[in-house]
Design a protein. Structure first.
Length: 133
């Protein structure tokens, strides 16, 4: 693990979330991106070397929609940047962690991503991410 890459926060309304975090952080978001495969729209704020990612569901069947229904708005996941996502996935499997994907998939912000199941990480959804290219 190289560094904390971002903290993902589930929001019901991305525009309202952006307005709130612009007030909190004193700066605007730098990017909005839709990840169709995950049925989510994201917004990113840069804070030093780390980021805040706001996530809004674009379909009622998305993981974010289900999360919001069950838990409401709030911290959804913590993401760590890795040098080689394949090696890190193998290492974590060997350490006994359950991964939610067998192979990494394309995520927002030009990243390959994979999630660690929260039942094997003290209830925290962990995301691994590696820059593509």
């Amino acid at each position: 693990m190289l560094r904390l890459e971002h903290i993902g926060i589930a929001v019901k309304n991305l525009e309202e979330g952006n307005a709130l975090f612009e007030k909190i952080l004193g700066k605007p978001h730098y990017k909005i991106e839709e990840v169709e495969s995950e049925h989510v729209k994201t917004s990113f704020f840069q804070i030093g070397e780390s980021k805040i990612e706001l996530l809004e569901a674009t379909a009622p069947t998305s993981a974010i929609a289900k999360y919001l229904e069950k838990r409401g708005e709030g911290i959804h996941h913590i993401a760590f940047e890795v040098a080689n996502i394949y090696e890190e996935m193998d290492r974590l499997r060997q350490e006994g962690f359950q991964l939610l994907q067998e192979t990494p998939k394309r995520g927002a912000d030009n990243k390959l991503i994979c999630f660690v199941h929260p039942k094997t990480s003290n209830g925290v959804l962990i995301e691994l991410c590696q820059e593509i290219g």
